[in-house]
Design a protein around this ligand. Structure first.
Ligand code: ZN
Length: 58
């Protein structure tokens, strides 16, 4: 089952929806997304923890 993460769970007002085959893929794409769109060089641990908790089955 695919996994989805709505960036708005982490960054209010961001409309990006990140999808992947599994949690690891979503987390990798999320890290890339925050680098490019939110000017964060890395996903801070507390944001990563929030992201993991916010990932849902599609
Ligand atoms: Zn975003």
């Amino acid at each position: 089952m695919a996994k989805v993460l709505r960036c708005s769970e982490l960054m209010p007002f961001c409309k990006a929806v990140i999808e992947g085959e599994d949690v690891e893929e979503v987390m990798a794409k999320a890290a890339e997304h925050v680098q490019q769109e939110h000017c964060l060089p890395t996903l801070p641990p507390e944001v990563a923890a929030k992201a993991r908790a916010a990932i849902k089955d599609e």
